[in-house]
Each structure stands twice: as structure tokens, then as C-alpha cells.
Design a protein around this ligand. Structure first.
Ligand SMILES: Nc1ncnc2c1ncn2[C@@H]1O[C@H](COP(=O)(O)OP(=O)(O)O)[C@@H](O)[C@H]1O
Ligand SMILES: [Mg+2]
Length: 379
């Protein structure tokens, strides 16, 4: 039997755990063509949730377009992607699409020939690239008009939306807001991992997206439901794992779905010959995965200064420590507080640590903590 615990990519159908309530809620919001800001730290499963949701919305008869802001380095490419993605789901006839595109001013039709010899209709910027914002607005308007003509409901999903400020924020936000507010055929989901950026966008009254939609925070998957999912697959594969041991696994994973999938995947491979799971095996998982990823952690480690390394080692030992406390600084011979502050900020900027809303600093990658703990030990 293939390993049922997949990680890293997009996980769908029977390999996708829970999120039933979120699917229900988002589906209802999109049926009503509302706007939702979806927020969680990285690797909590936003993109997976969105792909499963999109499949459901399509089944429910809606047209759905997906955009990843990560894949759009500038406004011009965002304009092109948005126009193409929205138009193609509403109109599949290439000739009609080209005709529709030829009515645009800031964008013009472009025909591309695929590997199979088939042609597809796309757009490119008609003017200079600094006119990207106007092209984007035109593309958005075009999507709304096309949805009306086709009498369809359209859902536009923008992933990695906390990247928006990279397009020179303010102006783009304002322009998008006034356009979106005129739309009656399109529901929007803006999904992002940078909590502070997302929150400021929709909760700060000075910002353009203030109160434009509701904020939905994606938390961990409840342990009970995730345990059923894991135990179900384990049983199918002739393995048993106790709820108690699974709770330990969830604890070690920080309840982050990516970590849970990764650990369960590894556990599955380890138990191909020995079908029952021992507590020792569970305890060993994060160390094993840390070793598998060591080439990556090595590079990350090299990017840190001596003082930052000392701090990371101390935080690995005591994840709950208060780095500004005198005891902590004395114990690990680090400090003073001012330089610790600078180090922490730099480590957050580098993406090695994350700062939780309660102000605690954690390793962004749970497994890196184990790699640091094992430094100096023979591998
Ligand atoms: N509901 C889920 N069921 C199973 N695995 C999941 C689920 N949600 C997330 N994952 C795992 O976590 C990984 C990261 O999820 P992803 O959707 O990319 O997170 P995000 O977009 O929030 O950064 C996925 O590749 C998958 O392995
Ligand atoms: Mg994602």
C-alpha cells in the first residue's frame, strides 16, 4: 500500500484531513459572493484547504480562478494572470476569448501554441509596464462583466496575499478596493501567512481594505479529528498506534499539519515490517526528520552570526524561555538585552524564528530545533 500521508504539495480528497467546518463556512461565504481574508502561519494548510474548496465550489456550479501572488513578480504579471485565469474559467471557446480580449485597452490578446499544437488565448500588457495597475483594474472589470454576461458566479482566490505590499502597496490597495466594491458577481478569498500584514490590511481603518471582508483565522486541526484520520489509515495499512502516542506526536509537531503529515509519513515507512508503534519511535521522529533535512539547516545555520547561533542554541534547549530575562542570559552567557533584541529581530527577518502573538520566539521550522539540539552529536 502507498504511503497515505503526503506532505509538501497539495493534499486532496481522502488524503486531506478534516477542515469540514472551514470548508462549509467558506463555501457558504462564496455562495453569497462575500470577501474573506484567510490567515494562518505557514504550513497550517491554507493552500490545501483552498484547493479542496475550489473543487467543491466547481461541483456546486461556480466558476473559480486561483492566483498565487508569489508567482507574479510585478503588477503587469498579476494583471495578466488575473485576466487569463478568470476569463478562461468563464469562457472556454478560444475564438470568443480572443474576441473578448481584443476589446481591452491596457491589455491585448496573445495567442500561444501549446506542445500538442493546440492554441490558447491569453493577454499581454499593451502599454508600458508601469501601467500595470490600470491593466489590473481593467482585467478585474473584465472578469465581472464576463461573469454577468455568462450569468455565472465567479470566485477569485488570491493566495500569498500578504505579498501585496511588494507592488507598492497603498495605491494598488485603494485602486483594487474601489473596483472590488463594484463587483456583484465575484466572491473573493485573500489568503496569507503574514499575520501582522494581513491584520493591518483589513483591520486598520486607515487602510483601503478596512472592513472589506471578514477575517478567518485558520487554526490547527482538532487533535481528536486528526487522530481518527491517522488511526484510520494506520489500520488500513495493518498498523496500530494508540491515541496516547498520537497525542505525543501532535505535541512534538506543534500541531502544525505539515509537521504531522511529515511525521506520520516517516512513521509509516518505519513500520513497514514492525506494525506496532512504540513510544520510542515517536520520540525519535523529529530527530530523524531533522537529519533528513540537515543539508538545508546547515545552510541556514551558516547565515547566522556567532551571537545568533548562541541564542538559537539556548532557545533550542529552552523553547519557553524568556530571552530578555537575566537568568536566561546568565545561564547561556548571552546578552545584553539590547543585542539579544537585535539578534532576535534579525533571525525573524531571516525566517529562522517566528514571533508569536504572545511575544514568544519559536523556530519557524519545528525540526530545526532538533537539528540544533543535536549539533555536535555524531550523526
Ligand atoms: N487538512 C490537511 N490534511 C492533510 N495534510 C495537510 C492538511 N493541511 C495541510 N497539510 C499538510 O501541510 C502541508 C502544507 O500545507 P499548505 O496548504 O501548503 O500550507 P500553507 O498554505 O498554509 O502554507 C501540505 O503539503 C500537507 O502535507
Ligand atoms: Mg500556501
Amino acid at each position: 500500500m502507498d504511503n497515505p500521508f503526503t506532505y509538501g504539495g497539495i493534499v486532496t480528497d481522502q488524503h486531506f484531513a478534516d477542515r469540514a467546518a472551514e470548508m462549509e463556512e467558506l463555501s457558504r461565504e462564496m455562495q453569497n459572493l462575500n470577501r474573506v481574508f484567510l490567515v494562518s502561519p505557514r504550513r497550517f494548510g491554507k493552500t490545501c484547504l483552498l484547493f479542496n474548496l475550489m473543487a467543491r465550489l466547481r461541483q456546486e456550479g461556480m466558476a473559480v480562478a486561483y492566483l498565487d501572488l508569489n508567482a507574479c513578480p510585478d503588477l503587469a504579471s498579476l494583471a495578466v494572470s488575473l485576466t487569463q485565469a478568470t476569463s478562461r474559467v468563464l469562457e472556454t471557446n478560444t475564438e470568443k476569448l480572443l474576441k473578448a480580449f481584443s476589446a481591452l485597452k491596457r491589455l491585448r490578446p496573445r495567442v500561444s501554441v501549446g506542445a500538442d499544437g493546440g492554441i490558447s488565448a491569453g493577454v499581454e500588457l499593451a502599454g508600458e509596464s508601469r501601467e500595470g495597475v490600470f491593466a489590473l483594474l481593467e482585467g478585474m472589470r473584465h472578469a465581472e462583466d464576463l461573469a454577468r454576461r455568462k450569468d455565472r458566479k465567479l470566485v477569485v482566490v488570491m493566495d500569498e496575499f500578504s505579498d501585496l505590499p511588494k507592488y507598492n502597496g497603498g495605491t494598488v490597495e485603494k485602486a483594487m478596493r474601489s473596483e472590488i466594491q463594484q463587483h456583484t458577481r465575484i466572491g473573493y478569498i485573500f489568503s496569507g501567512s503574514e499575520h501582522a500584514v494581513m491584520l493591518a490590511m483589513c483591520r486598520d481603518r486607515r487602510r483601503a481594505f478596512y472592513k472589506m471582508g471578514r477575517l478567518m483565522e485558520l487554526g490547527p486541526i482538532p487533535r481528536g479529528v486528526y487522530a481518527e484520520f491517522v488511526q484510520g489509515w494506520m489500520k488500513k495499512g495493518g498498523r496500530t498506534v494508540s491515541r496516547d502516542d498520537l497525542d505525543r506526536l501532535f505535541f512534538l509537531s506543534d500541531d502544525i499539519p505539515y509537521n504531522i503529515q511529515r511525521m506520520c509519513h516517516t512513521l509509516w515507512e518505519q513500520t513497514r515490517d514492525v506494525p506496532s508503534v512504540s513510544r520510542d519511535r515517536i520520540e525519535g521522529l523529529p530527530h530523524l526528520i531533522a537529519r533528513q533535512d540537515s543539508a538545508h539547516f546547515e545552510l541556514v545555520w551558516q547565515s547566522a552570526s556567532q551571537q545568533q547561533k548562541a541564542l538559537l542554541m539556548a532557545l533550542a534547549e529552552e523553547p519557553k524561555a524568556k530571552p530578555f530575562s537575566r537568568d536566561f542570559q546568565l545561564k547561556y552567557a548571552i546578552g545584553p538585552s539590547s543585542s539579544i533584541k537585535a539578534s532576535l529581530e534579525s533571525l525573524v527577518r531571516k525566517g529562522i524564528l517566528t514571533r508569536s502573538r504572545s511575544g514568544a520566539y519559536r523556530f519557524a521550522d519545528t525540526f530545526m530545533r532538533y537539528w540544533v539540539l543535536n549539533l555536535g552529536e555524531p550523526s
